[in-house]
Design a protein around this ligand. Sequence first.
Ligand code: PLP
Length: 388
Amino acid sequence: MFKTTTPDASQLVEKYGSPLYVYDEVYLRARSQYLMQQSSPFGLTVRYAVKANPHPAIIRLFASAGLHFDASSSYEVDALLEQNVPGECISLSSQQPPHNLEKLLSAGVKFVATSLYQLERFTDLAPKGSAVGLRVNTGNGAGHNNRTTTAGVSASFGLWHEYLEQALRYAKKHDIIIDRLHTHIGSGADPKVWRQAITTSLEIAKRMPEVTILDIGGGYKVRRWSGETETDMQRVIETFNEELLNFKRETGRGLHLEIEPGTWLVAHAGSLITQVVDIVDTGKEGYTFLRTDTGLNDFMRPALYGAQHEMQILNSSSTYADYVVVGHNCESGDILTPEQGDPEHIKPRTLKTAAIGDLLLIKDVGAYSASMRAKGYNAFPSAKEILT
Ligand SMILES: Cc1ncc(COP(=O)(O)O)c(C=O)c1O
């Protein structure tokens, strides 16, 4: 249903150089339009989680498709405002208190407090009767590893649910309306996990009588590797809708739904073209390493999470060999083929027999790749990014 186009790597590298991020515009448009066609009984807002990939052309494309935006820092908000995204279309939920909250509020940005301290800072600035969101750590997290789980006792995100009454009392005392509940719990693809996420969130919403909007966050996983599952967004939204209707029957309150996908919208759209710049080995008992002209200064997911991405050597060889693909940074952890979920260990990959100078295509790098790189490490220039 959603088809990506393999970029014409050698032509693009000739024009733009290597390494190069290439994003598939047609695919991005198809994914965003698909989400814009979904609905929820009391309204649906789709916010793109900008942190996944803030490339200005992607922001423009999604804004023109009608998406709203989720920002995770006041600096991301600034960048969106500079690109003429209306403040009303931006929601900010940030670990760090905004450096310019007053400016953001006057631009109409929807603020989500993620701690009591942030709620107090909002109250200091906002006129009485103002509305604010509150991110709550529901106590239930889900993610494929600890580094992507954003709720539960080990996560610092959001206000711990046991402090909710304290926050509500504070808001009431200062005449502030908490009308939006935000509960990003982590990541998953299984509709059962999402049913659990929304029922837990709705239990919290019951304790918040002024809440009219539930923002359930992002975390809709995609399949980049065998054993991983692509989220069926329609089924997940249907699950949300069933529970929202149950909530309405039980409480009489119809909640507007917000979702904040990042990965699902952009992950498959990106490829990273890199060049094999050297080939070395560690003898009979060891490994053969393909050294590339990229690495964690452009692409950290393998080194950070042990993330698996498909790779293709772009030559006409009909033979195959096992390689450990590594980055060019002076860092033993700069490995592009780690063990799955375990960046401490390497895992050779069977690829076409390669020669120095061959191009290597790394797939599904549209999300948390260019945006999350160790930029500037070893003074390597960053990979360029283009849409085709
Ligand atoms: C608050 C919030 N919303 C949305 C997202 C987007 O998540 P994903 O890209 O997995 O959909 C994140 C990711 O960390 C997040 O923290």
